[in-house]
Design a protein around this ligand. Sequence first.
Ligand code: NAD
Length: 482
Amino acid sequence: MPQSRQLSHYIAGTWTATTGDDWIPDVNPSDARDVVASVPRGTAADAQAAVAAAHQALESWRGLTGPSRAEHLYRWAGVLAEQQEALAQAMTREVGKPIAESRGEAARCVAILRYFAGEAVRSAGDVIPAQAPGALQFSLREPLGVVALITPWNFPAAIPMWKAAPALAFGNTVVLKPAEASSYVASLLAESANAAGLPSGVFNVLLGSGAVLGPALLADQAVRGVSFTGSAAVGAQIAAAAAARNLKYQTEMGGKNVGIVLADADLGQAAALIAAGAMRFAGQKCTATSRVIVARSVEDAFLDRLREQIAGLRLGPVTDPQAAVGPVITATSRDAIARALQRAGGEQIVPAQVPGTADFAHGYFVAPTVVRGIAPDAPLAQEELFGPVLAWLPADDLDHALALANGTRYGLSASLFTRDVRSALAYIRRIDVGLVRVNGDTTGVDPHAPFGGMRGSSSGTREQGPAAREFYTETKTVQINP
Ligand code: NAD
């Protein structure tokens, strides 16, 4: 078995032992005998220490010029670029992400850092004509201060980075609280920040349980903003706590993302992209396709193609470089998916079995499954399951398909498959999601394009690209009179 590591917080540029004495085992979901790390269950005192370090570093960091902060981020990108393969291997081992996707995610981290290094030197305000004669009026964007970043395990490097890079570029300092199950990858990010010479206290990593550390971070008066990505239930708690303190917050949450296949679609293209969106990384992306809505007249033809495409996505342990569908994250998650499938009723039209071979014996595997014959308001068609499961719903026409597509509490990502520009235009206007695709995969977004959901999927802010500046800065309107 590969080595197991005992992790520490990274506070004020130093590896810092927890003040607690409780540890969380962090296991490889593809082979639970492989304990990747022991994660300290950080305490409220640890959270205060991390915030204090970020607060102490704030004045000098925000006082740097944009070009100096950019230099720091470029150096960090350079170190990460050299360590990309090791980071990818760690992601695959820690969260069970197939290696090709982990490599893509590691490369994305480098791209994100470079993008926001560039943003640090772009103009960030407007000159506004003043009513007073001779006055100069303009707007300035100022950093919020110390920001808490609370992240999930499924994009263990990219999500921390797409929050930390803009936060730092615009002069904030950061306390990152990664998911327990992705603490090792977060520690590698801290190692690379350290190797790049990022000033002490600018980027801190706090490990442990969200239920303890989240409230401690949100209660600390030095924290001026919180950016959260994770489940809708936790996001709602964070929004309530942040609002009570009048703290700037963003919550990016789950989805019940949909592929819509109209009768005139290129069925081969639709099947390939819907299979990939639903099943790759065992359906554990917030943007994974978990519902497919199919025009009745092409149901049979589309099903044949979908079956073929799903069969081509190999379910395998992460040691298999060809595996496209790896394990789900925990035994609890695997068992919850099995129970949901049992309760769902309907017909499993693409049922599969996890092979009984030794390769699968110690991991948390779920075979890709498509379920038909359930009601649109059934839990399987409404709730995020976070597994390789696709709910199939038939539709009479575009209007019906859109009503079904918009008929959940979520609004993250959708894709319409059609060759008809009028259908595409109507859908773009009427679909209530933040990420709108035509003839595309519901997953994945360019690192420089705004990312986020509508309705129950988001607090309404956006991450990445120019949108990130809106969140990580506040506006001052300045008038200088003669
Ligand atoms: P989760 O909500 O269980 O945990 C997310 C983070 O919140 C973790 O760091 C956790 O420790 C912390 N946390 C838990 N309880 C907390 C509390 N009471 N206060 C503060 N923090 C707390 O989510 P997860 O299982 O890690 O990730 C999967 C979920 O994330 C899915 O719902 C998925 O859709 C969502 N997700 C959304 C996006 C997006 O951008 N919309 C991206 C990736 C994942």
